[in-house]
Design a protein around this ligand. Structure first.
Ligand code: AMP
Ligand code: MG
Length: 391
């Protein structure tokens, strides 16, 4: 059993990129940029009205102003604004020459059909200046950026419709266990429904990765072997749940060795997920997580996500934030770093939840986070700061 930190390092050190491809920016969520995105223009590209109103000279604000032009967004002003003149202007339109202020329409009144008056004492300029946000040639997004929703408008703005990103690994998911039936089946007395595979499909779905679920392998040497071979043929990363413990029918380690995988670790000092196994060949990765659903969930967050992100081009470290513990926490055994489900309150405090261990299928249902209890720690007092990973 190795500490989590060491397991994380081994996983990260095993990753390499699978090459570069070009994707449409609309399909680029969660992809990692393999190039800098450089702006092809200034933003704003011209001095732009920030409000609907009248463009005029600040020194004329107290005078009656003649309206000489109407400038909708997308139009080019034709007239220069002179003394005691103004142009009616819409938000987003270029301000006309001669003007230095846009007075808001709400702060004006009509004098007659062609004249208006400012009704306040003073006005902001209400003009966004050419290039104040972005200058042509600026690096807008750096190589290595993980594309999120907030980056999409930036790509659109600069016309980066086809972008270079790192290739994604193909992922295969396999469940093992004679006791498993698929969710649409009613289990008989000794069976349970397969929940892990679907949990992991959902988790991988949030990473926007190509993933295939290959089904349930029975707890036999042959079936485990066949399923592993199937996964090897169609994926770069294989994630298997169950079959990694010390039970008589846990064949995964044996089958991995037979298939030429090097086992880097089989046992991580985390709770849940102690029997997690990680193995590689020259160009494939294998993670086996214990079958209990909370173990699978937590190990996905702690090790599988960093693995997948690493191959996709980004060194990802699960983030934890400080919260204040709202009640004393106690545990008997401090041999492993544990992750306890907590409710997060809006005042920045957390409360541990009822949790019966990693088989507690719905323990995370109303949890907002996982609180870390480090190895060697049996007790955390009310009011102490704890590290929490939001889920
Ligand atoms: P294992 O790691 O195979 O020893 O399984 C540990 C526990 O998790 C057992 O109680 C299994 O029945 C349960 N389990 C294994 N695989 C799954 C799965 N895919 N979905 C839900 N529970 C599972
Ligand atoms: Mg099993």
């Amino acid at each position: 059993m190795i500490p989590y930190e060491e397991a994380y390092e081994q996983v990260i050190n095993s990753t390499f990129r699978l090459g570069i491809e070009i994707v449409d920016f609309q399909n680029s969520l969660n992809r990692i940029l393999a190039e800098d995105i450089v702006s092809d223009l200034n933003m704003p590209p011209f001095n732009k009205a920030a409000m609907d109103g009248y463009a005029c000279r600040k020194e004329d604000l107290q005078n009656v102003l003649e309206v000489i032009e109407i400038i909708p967004a997308g139009a080019t002003p034709k007239k220069r604004v002179g003394k005691n003149q103004c142009s009616k202007i819409m938000t987003g339109a270029p301000v006309p020459e001669g003007s230095d202020t846009v007075i808001m329409v709400e702060y004006t009144e009509e004098v007659d059909e062609t004249h208006i008056r400012f009704t306040q004492q003073d006005s902001k300029s209400n003009i966004c200046l050419l290039g104040e946000d972005v200058v042509k040639g600026d690096v807008l997004l750096k190589k290595g950026t993980c594309i999120k929703e907030k980056h999409i408008p930036v790509l659109a703005m600069t016309g980066a419709v086809h972008i270079k990103v790192y290739k994604q690994p193909k992922v295969a998911i396999v469940s093992t266990g004679n006791e498993l039936v698929e969710p649409q089946v009613t289990p008989d007395t000794s069976q349970i429904r397969n929940s892990n595979a679907y949990q992991m499909l959902a988790q991988i779905g949030t990473l926007n990765l190509p993933v295939q679920y290959l089904g349930i392998a029975a707890d036999t040497l042959e079936d485990t072997e066949t399923m592993l071979q199937k996964a090897i043929h169609q994926s770069d990363v294989i994630i298997m749940s169950g079959g990694v413990s010390m039970g008589d029918y846990d064949y995964v380690p044996r089958v991995l060795k037979q298939a030429g995988f090097k086992i880097h670790f089989h046992g991580v000092a985390t709770k849940p997920g102690k029997k997690t196994i990680f193995a590689t060949t020259a160009n494939q990765w294998f993670v086996g997580v214990p079958g209990n659903p909370v173990s699978a969930f937590v190990q996905f967050e702690l090790l599988i996500k960093p693995l997948l992100m690493g191959i996709m081009g980004k060194i990802y470290k699960p983030d934890f934030y400080k919260f204040t513990l709202q009640q004393d926490f106690f545990r008997k055994n401090a041999g492993r770093k544990s992750f306890e489900p907590v409710v997060v309150h809006s005042d920045g405090s957390v409360t541990p939840m009822e949790y019966h261990g990693s088989a507690h299928i719905n323990a995370l249902t109303y949890a907002d986070g996982l609180m870390v209890v480090e190895r060697g720690i049996t007790q955390i007092k009310k009011g102490e700061k704890v590290d929490v990973r939001l889920i």
